[in-house]
Design a protein around this ligand. Structure first.
Ligand code: ACM
Length: 565
């Protein structure tokens, strides 16, 4: 069975035979704190191979009430000595690091620096068991489960390894979001940035402002293709997550050691909110009662009015957001802050009076005041604000963090100024951008970013001082869904590039030019079989399958600068 681990681990020793093969008698011993990984092993490997993976009698899993079928007390009497998967925590290891050993006669031991480390070690174990380990039910009567005798020592390069998913432009139903959390976990990614609001739809239920979803989650039609496309899908479109949907998503992520970063995008990208509550807009500039949820793509001039009542409204929104996304798993709250056009504020007597009253430097100062207000508000409640790199314009409070999307420059400036930074430059890791220059790419937009380009992405900008480099928390790939109507289109854009991205975020790779892409591609041969077993609709190395193409639907021509969609 080829190992071909992705992301590549730090150190592997051994890999000889005889090794160890789990069977129907294999039990799990889970130290306190690792019960979630025991549960996860049972529901994934247990289902894939029809193994009970019962808790070993007297082990912590016996008490967590989550035992699977075949876990009757006394199971130990039928087990042979050492036929066990042992899950342990050793706080001397780095928090997300782990050691995985397979020893003939002793079974499998996963020791993590924390519960998260144990979970990442379990992900490695699943990969070692072959592509069938990624299926929901057994496909072989007698699968070859023999693992080689080995010891793997591993741990991540970055603590922030993320994916941002835009569920506003196109809504992703809750079950598909849960599936994406599983896909993140399978790649040892630990941050899910959930872009919940935008001009084209508000996707989270807010009890005190019900029109945000009653009105703001629906649009009458949708542009089909790039902004310049003449095609429309005339079907009314929408959807949102109820508060219980969100709680389920957050708990599912937590069980997988994934932090969820909810984004409520203010003060721009707010037309859906304004269409639900017209008083949120610049009513002294336009008649905001005429606005509806936006049905096309681009940067929208209808931004929030910088008034006290707007601040109070969004404090109410964030109060519910903080309740839905607890501090333990969502220390960061994203407030957007990107692409806030200032034309309406320039024309608005109310906005101009506010600028004068605050004594701030023009409209940029007003945006900084807006963001600064929520930085204080979130900090007082034990959270940290993060926003797109535009929040640097006009000044940013010290504790705030920055998602650097317009290239490296914003991130460099932020890190040099002492802000924590997540690197996600659009030139490198916007997975909505085309992955090939050929004519068959479906609705292609943006830069060409091949699998190799993503593999060679370096999150820490060259030339950054050592002190500033410590502020690079990590990196995330971003997925904007204007041209992705459904899960299959999202899969196509995200995979296989997310596998390369995961290795960039996790593994200690050499400098970009020295990375061995040929060797990565060789490992990808096995990884494609894992993705097949998972049912991921990735872009095949040879190009899109006929059903993945979208002939006749306009993308963005390659000539000229790659602008917004
Ligand atoms: C962004 O791509 N507007 C953050």
């Amino acid at each position: 069975m080829p190992m071909d681990l992705i992301p590549a681990p730090r150190n592997t020793r051994g890999a000889g035979r005889p090794g160890f093969a789990p069977d129907r008698d294999t039990t799990i011993t889970a130290a306190p704190g690792t019960e979630n990984t025991a549960r996860w092993l049972r529901t994934t490997l247990g289902a894939a191979f029809g193994l009970p993976l019962a808790p070993r009698a007297g082990s912590a899993t016996g008490a967590d009430g989550a035992a699977g079928p075949g876990s009757a007390p006394g199971a130990e009497s039928t087990t042979r000595a050492g036929n066990t998967v042992e899950l342990l925590i050793d706080p001397d290891l780095e928090p997300e690091g782990y050691r995985l050993s397979v020893t003939p006669g002793h079974g499998i031991r996963v020791t993590g620096g924390s519960a998260a480390g144990v979970f990442w070690g379990a992900q490695t174990l699943r990969q070692l068991l072959g592509p069938e380990a990624f299926r929901h039910a057994p496909v072989s009567a007698e699968p070859d489960l023999e693992l080689p005798a080995l010891e793997i020592e591993d741990g991540p390069r970055f603590s922030w390894r993320g994916l941002m998913l835009d569920v506003s432009r196109h809504f992703m139903p809750k079950d598909d979001v849960l599936r994406y959390l599983d896909l993140l976990a399978a790649h040892k990614l630990n941050v899910f940035h959930f872009h919940l609001t935008d001009d084209q739809g508000w996707r989270v239920e807010i009890k005190r402002h019900p029109r945000l979803t009653e009105v703001g989650s629906w649009r009458s039609r949708t542009k089909y293709g790039h902004r310049a496309s003449e095609l429309w899908d005339e079907t009314p479109y929408g959807g949102y997550y109820t508060q219980d949907d969100i709680r389920e998503i957050v708990a599912y992520a937590a069980e997988r050691h994934i932090s969820v970063v909810p984004e409520i995008d203010i003060p721009g990208h707010s037309q859906a909110a304004i269409s639900a509550y017209p008083e949120l807009g610049n009513t002294d500039v336009i008649d905001t009662t005429t606005l509806s949820v936006w049905d096309t793509w681009g940067i929208n001039p209808n931004v929030l009015a910088p008034t006290d009542s707007t601040l109070r409204f969004f404090e109410g929104v964030f109060e519910e957001i903080l309740e839905l996304f607890p501090a333990t798993t969502s220390p960061f709250i994203h407030v957007g802050g990107d692409e806030c056009l200032k034309d309406q504020w320039r024309k608005s007597p109310t906005a101009q009076a506010r600028i004068a009253e605050l004594g701030v430097a023009g409209e940029d100062g007003l945006q900084a005041w807006f963001i600064g207000h929520f930085d204080t508000w979130l900090t007082e409640r034990g959270r940290r604000l993060i926003g797109w790199d535009e929040i640097l314009e006009g000044g940013l409070p010290q504790g705030a963090a920055v998602s650097s999307w317009r290239g490296y420059a914003g991130g460099v400036a932020a890190a040099e100024a002492g802000h924590d930074v997540v690197m996600c430059p659009e030139q490198h890791v916007y997975l909505d951008h085309r992955q090939h220059g050929g004519p068959d790419e479906p609705m292609p937009i943006g830069f060409i970013r091949t699998l190799e380009d993503v593999y060679r992405f370096e999150p820490v900008p060259p030339g950054l001082s050592e002190e500033a480099a410590r502020h690079i928390l990590g990196t995330q790939a971003n997925v904007w869904t204007e041209v992705m109507q459904n899960r299959a289109r999202v899969d196509y854009q995200v995979f296989p590039r997310l596998a390369a991205f995961a290795e960039v975020a996790w593994s200690a790779l050499p400098a970009s030019a020295d990375r061995d892409f040929t060797e990565f591609e060789r490992r990808m041969t096995t990884h494609y079989a894992r993705l097949d077993a998972l049912g991921v609709d990735y872009r095949p190395p040879g190009g899109p399958l006929p059903r993945q193409q979208r002939p006749g639907i306009l993308g963005r021509p390659l000539e000229g600068p790659p602008p917004n969609v």
